[in-house]
Design a protein around this ligand. Structure first.
Ligand SMILES: Cc1ncc(COP(=O)(O)O)c(C=O)c1O
Length: 473
């Protein structure tokens, strides 16, 4: 008969029956109690260990429930065979290894013209800390609740004000939905529009890959639309059958052109006649360096066909993961019907922090400051490109945003990126954003400048000139 000598600690917070169960389970897993062995009877073990029969019974019931032992009529509890994988795997063994590359640790470069970076040196960290601390001083009941489903009303009111002042958007806070980033916002919209059977979307070609992934994952078919100097080709758009168009009118991603006023009106007309919705992604319009700020497409949307998307990622920080949708009023009932029972996904403390930031005027002064910072960087980049290699290149989409494109005449992007790497400079291939192979010029280079210092911008362009043209202007 099996002899059990467990160390049972009567003063432990772990009940005795659990200690006994753990002891026997461990012995089975370690192979000390072999398959087919018979556990001692309840009466015998309770007498031997000087514990109650109920305690032994409790441990045995747990072993039975987890399949370590089985009850055999007129015999008792018999130990079952243990499949190897059931044994607790070591941490090493259970580590998941993806076959798909995810956020690869990339080589680092001294001069990295990466798109999407902001200038962290000017981030108002002290102010942001104060806003978050202040957000934490709310009444406990409020502080510990998940918050309003569409988002904190104070933040939505601030946004409605801000959008009217800076983007000409006329909306009430009731039309605003707070989301965790642009992709989350697009997902919500797609499910809403799918209700009417919509499944295809027209997109500028090339376009934002982050949006493309969401359309693909929702099973939507993408109709690529050619770009002209002043934006999307409206004639081609009219020919494809799409009840939804996703576009970046204020600063086309990645080409950077601004959609002309003529085309804006034609686009709205198309939506109206076709019964279509336009998803306007206004991701970086705060930063404009030439001419007057251009109102959003939504500002011209008298017929309520535009679904407007904005984000704090460029204007404040991509780390807060907060974006917002302005829904046309005619979609509000459908929205409430579909999402009225969904909880808000952005933590209420972050939303309140942003509310305080906007309400106390810090957000607008931060944007004002950053506009100057980015304008200087933009000027440094454009000046350096013109100065060091003006004869060989053409700058595209340079009026706004945190990136521009360079057309290096008669050269291939692939070769240019490779040669730049050899001198420690990283520049990017915008054809990665192409929806199909045609229509996309393959001598273009994409250069982000938000996170690069002015000094590095100038030096980096000098190095590019050396790599691409042997320093010969
Ligand atoms: C076209 C476009 N839209 C939106 C975003 C921002 O997305 P999010 O709000 O998820 O940070 C980006 C950022 O790179 C972008 O390029």
């Amino acid at each position: 008969m099996l002899e059990f000598i467990p160390l049972l600690d009567k003063h432990s917070s772990v009940p005795i029956y659990v200690q006994l169960y753990q002891y026997i389970k461990q012995k089975i897993e370690d192979g000390d109690i072999p398959e087919g062995a018979l556990l001692p009877s309840i009466r015998y073990l309770s007498g031997q260990l000087k514990i109650s029969k109920n305690t032994v019974d409790g441990a045995y019931q747990q072993l039975l429930a987890e399949g370590y032992v089985a009850s055999k009529a007129r015999v008792g509890l018999v130990v079952l065979p243990l499949e190897q994988p059931v044994l607790s795997p070591s941490l090493q063994e259970i580590k998941y290894k993806s076959k798909v590359p995810m956020d690869n640790k990339e080589e680092t470069f001294e001069y990295d013209f990466k798109y999407g970076d902001i200038d962290v040196n000017f981030f108002p960290i002290q102010i942001w800390k104060r806003c978050l601390t202040q957000a934490l001083t709310d009444e406990l009941e409020q502080l510990l609740s998940p918050g309003e489903r569409q988002g904190y009303v104070g933040l939505r009111e601030e946004l409605a004000n801000y959008l009217f002042q800076s983007r000409g958007v006329v909306c009430s806070e009731e039309q605003i939905v707070i989301c965790s980033g642009t992709q989350h916002a697009i997902s919500l919209i797609l499910q809403l529009l799918s209700k009417n059977g919509e499944r295809s979307v027209a997109m500028e070609n090339p376009s934002y890959d982050g949006a493309k992934s969401v359309f693909n994952n929702h099973g939507w078919s993408i109709k690529p639309i050619r770009l002209e100097k002043d934006g999307i080709d409206i004639e081609q758009l009219k020919k494809v059958e799409a009840k939804v168009a996703y576009i970046t009118p204020s600063h086309q991603f990645p080409y950077g052109m601004v959609l002309s006023i003529q085309k804006r009106l034609l686009l709205l007309e198309w939506a109206n006649q076709n019964g279509s919705f336009i998803i306007e992604d206004d991701y970086d319009s705060e930063f404009r360096y030439q001419g007057q700020p251009i109102p959003s497409l939504k500002a011209l949307d008298a017929k309520e066909n535009v679904i407007y998307l904005g984000t704090f990622s460029k204007s404040f920080s991509p780390a807060v993961r907060v974006s917002y949708i302005v829904l046309p009023q005619r979609l509000m009932d459908a929205y409430n019907h579909m999402y009225g029972n969904y909880y808000q996904s952005v933590p209420s403390i972050v939303q309140k922090g942003l509310y305080i930031l906007m309400n106390e005027g810090h957000f607008t002064s931060h944007i004002r400051k950053m506009r100057k910072v980015y304008e200087n960087k933009h000027k440094t980049l454009v000046d350096a490109l013109n100065k060091y290699m003006g004869n060989h290149i053409e700058i595209i989409g340079q009026k706004a945003g945190l990136h521009l494109l360079v057309n290096v005449k008669y050269r291939s992007t692939e070769e240019l990126v490779k040669e730049a790497k050899k001198v420690g400079v990283r520049v990017y291939d915008p054809t990665l954003y192409a929806l199909n192979d045609s229509e996309v010029n393959s001598s273009l280079i994409m250069m982000g400048f938000g996170g690069v210092s002015e000094e590095k911008i100038d030096k980096g362009v000098q190095l590019l000139n050396k790599a691409w043209f042997n320093g010969d202007n």
